[in-house]
Design a protein around this ligand. Structure first.
Ligand code: BTN
Length: 255
């Protein structure tokens, strides 16, 4: 908390030693009408959740936090929220840890070619109105790969070195809030494009298939990633000359 700016609003930060998942806890608090900005931090998670039903390995040492956002924007923009959180983490790592990051569309943050952070955004539906009235942005940053299973070490890395984890967490929280509270200004979109690991690369597009493992034999659709638009969508060009604008949730990409 000492690292957070003085103007940090609704700064209800709940810190736990161990939780199953900070997202699960944050969703429970959001249902109990916790205010915008409420943040849950755990030093370790026993059932960390990843995207697409995967699990997120969350040993002690890493940074695991979930921020409750009360959106003032149209939720069809939720891909932008996810992009905003990725830029927040990428910039926070650069600022606090002095290490250069990249972003793999949609929201994986990479350092030296390896994924160091995952982000899982979940919507909370108000029972009375049936509308989504809060978002939980869950962010997990690896700060060491000690104890990680060997089979993921090709692709998973960590932000190592001499820095304050509390300062990094605080910078992530304040940047995520700043970018999402000013979503319409899109101040982060240029940074998102500049840090993109996929623009200009040959990729494979997996549509509607949500369980893609590294051993997956099926090839997906070959394409070239040619840009990211101002809504955070990925523009791809297929070999037959067709272009498509992809939004989150419908595809996965393997570099
Ligand atoms: C992914 O890469 O698939 C997303 C991983 C998101 C992990 C974070 S850790 C904090 C928060 N709590 C969870 O259970 N998941 C997110």
């Amino acid at each position: 908390r000492a690292f957070l700016p003085a103007n940090y609003k609704n700064n209800d930060i709940h810190i736990y030693d161990t939780l199953d998942s900070t997202n699960t806890k944050a969703k429970q608090l959001a249902l109990e009408k916790a205010p915008h900005g409420t943040t849950i931090i755990a030093l370790q998670q026993t059932a960390g959740k990843g995207r697409l039903g995967r699990s997120f390995f969350s040993p002690r040492e890493g940074i695991y936090l979930s921020i409750i956002i009360k959106p003032t924007f149209d939720l069809s923009r939720s891909i932008l929220v996810t992009a905003a959180a990725a830029v927040a983490v990428a910039e926070a790592v650069e600022c606090v840890c002095k290490q250069k990051t990249e972003i793999k569309w949609v929201n994986d943050v990479y350092l030296k070619g390896k994924k160091i952070c995952g982000i899982l955004t979940e919507g909370i539906t108000d029972f009375e109105t049936g509308q989504i009235d809060a978002l939980v942005i869950g962010i997990g940053v690896n700060t060491t790969v000690k104890g990680f299973p060997d089979n993921i070490l090709n692709t998973v890395g960590a932000v190592e070195g001499d820095y304050s984890k509390a300062a990094l967490a605080a910078e992530i929280i304040s940047k995520t809030l700043h970018f999402t509270e000013n979503l319409e200004k899109r101040t982060f979109v240029n940074s998102y494009k500049q840090k993109s690991l996929v623009i200009g690369k040959d990729i494979r597009v997996y549509k509607g298939r949500y369980n893609i493992s590294p051993e997956d034999e099926l090839p997906g659709l070959p394409a070239k990633a040619i840009g990211i638009d101002d809504d955070g969508c990925l523009i791809v060009l297929y070999p037959d000359g067709q272009k498509e604008t992809l939004s989150t949730g419908e595809i996965s990409i393997r570099l």
